[in-house]
Design a protein around this ligand. Structure first.
Ligand code: NAD
Ligand code: IPM
Ligand code: MN
Length: 362
């Protein structure tokens, strides 16, 4: 198939992990006979430096015309002055809003070969398979903001329609999994959470085959560590989802491992690892590319409907996590490129198996 993919490397380790992921997409295209056209654009701090804006019009137009967007990370100390008039993160938020990608899927699995890196004991990790569905285009991130010399506000607002669409997405996803949704809120304190809870409860009536439970976010932060194996789909608002998924990444062993897919109404999506620009290791060639490579698998699956290709990428990553080489954050000493090359080699082997399977079936 033909697909137009916009790449937005961004800042810090963003370009390093994006390059590795693009190499994987190129290998998938060559191996499976697809025609992927890549178009790289500026976002974040790199865009501010070049144009003064974190999301230049040319970048947004290219993303709107693309079948899928692959992003590295934005931000970093260079642009983090609290008094700066414009910030890299604004570019990412504006892009998410403009693309209407309201549902951010963040799957968490704990690879058996990495269980020792988790702060939790093995027995707690064996059944961990959680799909976080984070609302991505509402809440405090997008409400009105004010600031004077001695006070500041961030309005947190949700409409019923915003809650309903992300809740429906969570229930649909749960149907294809273990049919259990945990909705996380702070309904004992926040009005937005009471609207959230009422709306999710109403939507649940349309999915009688899916069980729903509500959990307050503070105790959820604890339960994620004490009983991670009991969760299937976890749906929550933007800020809670941001925080809980970084916590969840620690269970997997590193923030560098987790991918994400941000989806809206159509098949177009924005794909990015959940980590940031990692300024402490940027430029050293040691960032773990796995979160971004797994984001490519999600891109293949959700935007291009290429499930066999997505599985081949996931199988290649699985092979590398099992046998190495590993980057430093997961206990090895391999650089980004060595991990990329190992994924490409494993993908080659997986591609052989796939082609043999196709021949056997045909
Ligand atoms: P971070 O995710 O960048 O880094 C947190 C820690 O995780 C660091 O020690 C880092 O080295 C490590 N880490 C992250 N990704 C890694 C990888 N691929 N391989 C190995 N180690 C990895 O979070 P932060 O330091 O709080 O934020 C830095 C900047 O990134 C901020 O400007 C923030 O706004 C931005 N950020 C951007 C995104 C995004 O673009 N989607 C996401 C999160 C943070
Ligand atoms: C993420 C990041 C972003 C967020 C920032 C950079 C705006 O932390 O993608 O998780 O908070 O959504
Ligand atoms: Mn985050």
């Amino acid at each position: 198939m033909k697909a137009r993919i916009v790449t937005l490397p961004g800042d810090g380790v963003g370009p390093e992990v994006t390059a590795a992921a693009v190499a994987v997409l190129e290998a998938v295209a060559a191996r499976f006979g697809h025609d992927f056209a890549f178009d790289e654009h500026l976002i974040g701090g790199a865009a501010i430096d070049a144009t003064g804006e974190p999301l230049p019009a040319a970048t947004l137009a290219a993303c709107q015309a693309a079948d899928a967007v692959l992003l590295g990370a934005v931000g970093g100390p260079k642009w983090s002055d609290p008094n700066a008039p414009v910030r890299p993160e604004q570019g990412l938020l504006a892009l998410r809003a403009a693309l209407g990608v309201y549902a951010n899927l963040r799957p968490l699995q704990v690879h058996p070969a990495l269980a020792a890196l988790s702060p939790l004991k093995d027995e707690k990790l064996k059944d961990v398979d959680v799909l976080f569905v984070r609302e991505l285009t509402g809440g405090a991130y997008f409400g009105a903001k004010t600031r004077t010399d001695d006070d500041a506000t961030d309005e947190c607002r949700y409409t019923v329609a915003e809650v309903e669409r992300v809740a429906r997405r969570a229930f649909e996803l749960a149907r294809a999994r273990r049919k259990h949704v945990t909705s996380v809120d702070k309904a004992n304190v926040l009005e937005t959470s009471r609207l959230w809870r009422r709306t999710v409860t109403r939507v649940a009536a349309d999915y009688p085959d899916v069980a729903l439970e509500h959990q307050l976010v503070d105790s959820m932060a604890m339960l994620l560590l004490t009983q991670p194996g009991r969760y299937d789909v976890v749906v929550t608002e933007n800020l809670f989802g941001d925080i809980l998924t970084d916590e969840a990444a620690a269970l997997a062993g590193s923030l560098g491992l987790l991918p994400s897919a941000s989806l809206g109404a159509g098949s177009k999506g924005l794909y990015e690892p959940i980590h940031g620009s990692a300024p402490d290791i940027a430029g050293k060639g040691i960032a773990n590319p796995v979160g971004t490579v797994l984001s490519v698998a999600l891109l293949l699956r959700h935007s291009l409907q290429l499930d066999a290709e997505a599985q081949a990428v996931e199988a290649a990553v699985d092979h590398v996590l099992r046998h190495g080489p590993r980057s430093r954050d997961i206990g090895g000493n391999a650089g980004t490129d060595a991990v990329r090359d190992a994924v490409l080699a494993a993908l080659d082997a997986a591609g052989d198996a796939f082609l043999q399977g196709a021949r056997a079936c045909g």
